[in-house]
Design a protein around this ligand. Structure first.
Ligand SMILES: [Zn+2]
Ligand SMILES: [Zn+2]
Length: 483
């Protein structure tokens, strides 16, 4: 037996023990997560652990959320920030959560889930990308009723340990039975503050949401001010085969109506590779009403003038309409990623492998739909054909797992009529996404000889090293190291 200190109190445990046993010997509920002090910060422990004489542990507050309303909320630890928050799910994860909540609510019990998220933020906007969703099974719940829900410590510890490993932010989501537009109760706020503090001591960021069919409330724990921060506006967006759509709006929104679907004039489109097909795509998009472009290409035009292709494309767009905002980037190797991550959709028409890898990486990390358009040479007779592939992170396969045939790689099949046909297929895919048309296919092959178009569907491989469980899907910005 060794002596360890739990919240400063000495207790005796075997050298091989577990978080559950430490809770038992200290008479703590099996809903309170435990962290071990290690090098100036706390580390979540879970399952079986080895301890040494003098080890120090902290017991956190349960992650209880509830809707008792009898006490007036007077917490000074809440503040509002001039900030807009978006919680982004891929459709499969959103459906999983919705169904779990429906099942709980049908039994008159509060729904509960924890999302692990990557993030992207600037001064006013924060996007959280849900990359893992943990829904407790019945045995993972310590308590669940029509007015309260508490997960078991072991469930929470496993989620927190994984979040710590991957540098993810933790967003706790729950429901209030029968409430279509719930607001946080004082129990939510009090426990949320404690949960936020505990997670901060473990180097983890915490946010929470209470969600209903018609609206939701959201707040972030701000460790620097030890307070919960409510955003000025927030929405839950879902990326599906029909692109990104808002699903639920924040209670604070002046109108809880879902904003009308994105239209060509409201999105920022990146076009990478501005030779042939890429240039054709720019001009078609401009004629469809797209007004905000990011143009990436480090090549020069074939003409004698040797002008930068990105610059030439920008000029061409300005001729189509004076109100087009087209930003061109020629130094793609250095700055492609930082510009691409702020786009709503990326067209990739290049042949540069390094740039293609950067596009795939940004698309997966920030859940940005990517449409690849190019020509290739048929293996049988050397004739050209066109290939358009829509990559929807978390839904379709990514460029690593969708099984690209080696013979597809040839380029140089470029000819004006084929380029035009391929560009128009690619642009149509985006227009279908924006209009909400039913999109069942992700891969379009165009054969100019036979004048045929073949459509296929590619599903995601969950074991994929890029977009699978261990990949970069939804990772967002690299997390700044914290001292
Ligand atoms: Zn609540
Ligand atoms: Zn993949």
């Amino acid at each position: 037996m060794v002596t360890i200190y739990v919240d400063g109190r000495p207790v005796q445990v075997p050298e091989r023990t577990s978080a559950a046993e430490i809770r038992r010997v200290t008479h703590s509920d099996q809903s309170r997560p435990i962290a071990k002090a290690s090098g100036g910060k706390n580390v979540i422990v879970h399952g079986e652990i080895d301890v040494s004489e003098g080890d120090r542990f902290t017991v956190g507050r349960p992650f209880t959320k509830g809707m008792q309303k009898f006490r007036v909320l007077s917490s000074k630890k809440q503040r509002k920030a001039d900030r807009s928050v978006r919680l982004i799910f891929s459709q499969p994860l959103f459906e999983l959560m919705r169904k779990a909540f429906e099942a709980s609510e049908s039994l008159s019990r509060e729904g509960y889930a924890v999302a692990r998220c990557g993030s992207r933020s600037d001064r006013k906007n924060r996007d959280y990308f849900v990359r893992g969703l943990h829904i407790p099974a019945k045995e993972d719940l310590f308590e669940q009723s029509s007015i309260t829900v508490t997960p078991r410590a072991e469930f929470i510890e496993a989620v927190l340990a994984e979040a710590a490993l991957k540098g993810d932010l933790v967003v706790e989501v729950h429901t209030h039975v029968g409430s279509r537009e719930p607001n946080f109760s004082w129990i939510d706020i009090e426990n949320g503050l404690e949960n936020g503090r505990f997670l901060r001591s473990c180097g983890l960021r915490f946010a929470m949401a209470v969600v209903g069919e018609a609206g939701f409330s959201f707040c972030d724990y701000d460790g620097d001010h030890d307070s919960l921060v409510m955003p000025e506006s927030a929405r839950i967006s879902v990326l599906g085969r029909n692109g990104m759509k808002d699903a639920v709006m924040h209670r604070s929104a002046s109108s809880c109506e879902i904003t009308s679907a994105a239209c060509p004039g409201s999105i920022r489109v990146a076009v990478v590779g501005l030779d042939g097909i890429g240039l054709e795509i720019c001009s078609m998009l401009a004629r469809q009403g797209v007004r905000n472009f990011l143009l990436l290409d480090d090549g020069v035009t074939g003409m004698e003038t040797g002008k930068r292709r990105a610059k030439a494309a920008q000029k061409m767009l300005r001729k189509i309409s004076a109100d087009i905002d087209a930003f061109n980037v020629s130094d793609v190797a250095r700055s492609a990623r930082s510009y691409l991550k702020d786009c709503d959709v990326i067209f990739y028409c290049g042949s540069d492998e390094a740039l293609k890898a950067a596009v795939a990486d940004v698309s997966l990390k920030y859940l940005i739909p990517c449409i690849e358009a190019r020509t290739a040479i048929k293996a049988e007779n050397g004739g050209p054909y066109g290939l358009v592939r829509v990559l929807l992170p978390g839904i379709t396969g990514c460029s690593s797992c969708s099984g690209e045939a080696a013979t597809d790689r040839d380029t140089g099949a470029s000819s004006v009529p084929v380029n035009e046909a391929v560009a128009s297929i690619a642009v149509q895919e985006l227009m279908d996404m924006l209009s909400g048309a039913d999109r069942a296919f992700d891969l379009v092959e165009y054969d100019p000889e036979a004048q045929s178009v073949e459509r296929r569907r590619r599903d995601r491989d969950r074991a994929c090293p890029m977009c699978g469980e261990g990949g970069v899907l939804g990772a967002g910005d690299e997390r700044r190291a914290r001292r």
